[in-house]
Design a protein around this ligand. Structure first.
Ligand SMILES: [Zn+2]
Length: 285
């Protein structure tokens, strides 16, 4: 499932009254994930069932909704005080929202006392109180918490291949065709076919070859991540290039990424650069 599908299924679970009382969301981007969680919270609490100009949505946006509480770490730790505030605030029914909801960002940083305190909600869940724990270090989560939550994974890609590569649009356009050729040629099982391509590389392309291969490398990494995470990043610019990599075999992709990594590392140091490109195309599999 992609993030949008995950978000919709969470929202639906509230509409169908079979929602979890606690979610643990594993992510690679705390801020982007937090925004998505806030949007879920708005959708399930909004007076009109959709994001609207109601006072519930307004106060959530302003951070003043008494029923929706966010806790973030201070000095790399989440102490018991903000957790006890949630417990106190949620002793009574929600004041203006449908649910009482808390969000704990970087929940792996809850200290032992704070974790014990929040366990009260997790061990004896109360109708109408829902928690969202967000972490980018899932393996550091206390098992007493993670075992009592619905585990969800939400990953975020960068918005643009240009940001990833740190190149501008003009450079990208000028490398695009060559990059495309390289990826297509690397699909070939035949080393002589691959080597024929090397000989057609122009002087200008040779100058930029490090940047071009960095682009090829990134495309392979994104392809790999998409398959492993079963999450198709909506990358501007990259879709066509991603489609050119024909294999979806994770072990083959891993091997190729490693070869490209070695190539990029060694190429900078190597004196005979042409020979080096030949070598990559020879050992490619
Ligand atoms: Zn609203």
């Amino acid at each position: 499932m992609n993030n949008e599908e995950i978000i919709n299924s969470i929202i639906n679970s509230f509409h169908e009254n079979n929602n979890s009382h606690a979610f643990l969301i594993e992510t690679n981007n705390i801020n982007a994930c937090y925004q998505d969680i806030i949007n879920i919270i708005k959708k399930v609490n909004c007076k009109n069932g959709t994001i609207d100009d109601c006072n519930v949505c307004h106060t959530i946006d302003a951070g003043t909704n008494p029923d929706i509480i966010t806790v973030r770490p201070e000095k790399k730790e989440i102490n018991v005080e903000p957790i006890d505030n949630i417990l106190a605030q949620f002793m009574t029914q929600p004041l203006i929202s449908k649910y009482s909801m808390y969000v704990i960002c970087e929940a792996d940083l809850l200290n032992q006392t704070a974790a014990n305190s929040i366990l009260k909600f997790l061990e004896e869940p109360e109708e109408g109180i829902v928690g969202f724990f967000i972490t980018n270090r899932y393996s550091s989560m206390l098992p007493t918490i993670s075992s009592r939550c619905e585990h969800i994974i939400m990953r975020y890609g960068n918005n643009s291949i240009l940001d990833l590569l740190d190149i501008n649009e003009e450079e990208y356009d000028s490398y695009y065709n060559f990059t495309k050729n390289i990826i297509e040629c690397l699909n070939s099982d035949q080393s002589y076919e691959r080597l024929a391509k090397v000989s057609s590389i122009t002087a200008k392309e040779r100058e930029d070859i490090l940047k071009i291969f960095k682009l090829v490398y990134k495309i392979y990494v994104i392809k790999f991540e998409n398959i492993v995470n079963n999450n198709y990043n909506n990358l501007e610019y990259a879709q066509e290039l991603l489609g050119l990599i024909k294999t979806e075999d994770v072990s083959i992709l891993t091997k190729r990424i490693k070869l490209l990594e070695e190539f990029l590392n060694d190429y900078r140091l190597n004196v005979n650069k042409d020979l080096f490109v030949n070598k990559l195309f020879m050992v490619w599999e």
